[in-house]
Design a protein around this ligand. Structure first.
Ligand code: PAZ
Length: 384
């Protein structure tokens, strides 16, 4: 992979500006290192996954059913994406994401009455079963053999399992969750475009909660080896291309009325807010949730346009320009607001034995915002 981005501990606001500029070049089709694909070029040149049609039809049937019932629908994306090095894939590049954020959030959305399309990485954590993952809480440890041939739940475990099991059965009996899997970044991009097309008719009643950790780099089909790469050829040198920034067409073309929440992950706290603001300025969506890798389970920051900026018009975008660093670093007073959610404060007052998860509070805060987004749309229609 070409080392085009500085990633040392000395990352500064200037590095952030350089990175933003590189992102914009990529969107404009200006090569940095390797080719840069526009979204259009990407879908014109990269092969769709074999299961695309079947998955799209399943998503369409799900959305149609809940649209008739007037339920709100959320797309939750979850887990990491791979970049295969061979088409008969032995090796691939991957990232750290286990899918905890997505799987946990999906449960809280269901609890709040949403229908959920759970677009997840194959074998990453899933709603409900995540509580009993093989590494954290192996399910065989919950069971005990009684009288030689009966299986019982270990005392103390049944009371924890019961609410999870009930919520699991409720969601499956109602059909309020549809799980769709992806593996590669290519699968993810095709499925995201397809699901956006399917959800667009829901208008403001749909939300996008984009928690998947999507690779920024990929190998185009024409540079992927067919068979296992042989070590006899010496060192392996890879040059990867930049994945197109599909947030732009998602917001502006594929689903112009959806409430869109993207996530921004950084390992340097200082970059979180400038990069979240830059994403909002560039794509014009509603909310970026920033999280730092090591603290992601205990604190996140909501970055959004301030109330008076929102009321200047939905989806106000600055176009393909990189916002000047002054604005991305927050030098335009009052343009953006940041709201931190921190677990110790949020969990104050809860019993020490309660397992409190930050996603409960994230979803609670989103429900209000989505409600307001829908109400604004209704108001605009009434005024028209
Ligand atoms: O899957 P997980 O719970 O281990 O991690 C969640 C996360 C950090 C991937 C997510 O909160 C996030 O920030 N997703 C977007 C990552 C990015 O592409 O910036």
């Amino acid at each position: 992979m070409s080392a085009s981005h500085p990633t040392t501990a000395s990352n500064t606001a200037a590095d952030a500006a350089a990175e933003l500029a590189a992102d914009v070049d990529a969107e404009a089709g200006i090569p940095d290192q390797g080719r840069a694909f526009s979204t259009e070029d990407y879908f014109n040149t990269q092969r769709p996954p074999a299961s695309l049609k079947e998955k799209t039809e399943a998503m369409r049937a799900f959305v149609d059913k809940w649209n008739i019932d007037g339920k709100k629908v959320v797309l939750v994306t979850s887990g990491g994406t791979t970049v295969p090095l061979e088409s008969n894939t032995v090796r691939y590049l991957d990232n750290f994401s286990a899918g905890t954020r997505g799987a946990t959030s999906a449960e809280y959305f269901l609890q709040a009455g949403y229908a959920v399309i759970f677009l997840h990485r194959t074998h990453s954590l899933r709603p409900f079963s995540r509580h009993y993952s093989h590494s954290m809480n192996p399910f065989l440890d919950l069971l005990t053999v009684n009288n030689g041939d009966q299986i019982d739940v270990v005392p103390g475990q049944a009371s924890k399992l019961l609410p999870i099991l009930k919520a699991y059965h409720q969601a499956h009996d109602e059909g309020s969750i549809l799980s769709v899997n992806f593996q590669t970044v290519n699968d993810y991009l095709w499925l995201l475009r397809a699901v956006a097309g399917v959800m667009a008719p829901l208008g403001r009643k749909c939300m996008y909660y984009l928690a998947a950790a999507v690779s920024d780099f990929f190998l185009p089909d024409d540079r992927v080896a067919e068979h296992k790469i042989q070590s006899t050829h010496g060192a392996l040198v890879l040059e990867m291309d930049q994945v197109p920034k599909v947030l732009r067409p998602l917001v502006q073309e594929w689903t112009p009325e959806g409430y869109i929440v993207s996530f921004k992950l950084e390992t340097d706290d200082n970059l979180l807010i400038p990069k979240a603001r830059a994403a909002l300025a560039r794509y014009g969506h509603q909310l970026v949730i920033g999280n730092e890798l090591h603290k992601r389970k205990s604190e996140v920051v909501f970055v959004e346009r301030s109330h008076h900026e929102k009321s200047r018009g939905d989806r106000s975008v600055t176009g393909a320009q990189t916002p000047p660093l002054a604005s991305s670093a927050g030098d335009v007073p009052g343009m953006y607001t940041e709201t931190w959610l921190r677990l110790p404060e949020l969990a104050a007052g809860r019993a020490a034995t309660d397992e409190v998860e930050i996603e409960e509070f994230i979803i609670q805060a989103l429900l209000e915002r989505h409600h307001e987004w829908i109400a604004q749309g209704e108001q605009a229609q009434a005024n028209a």
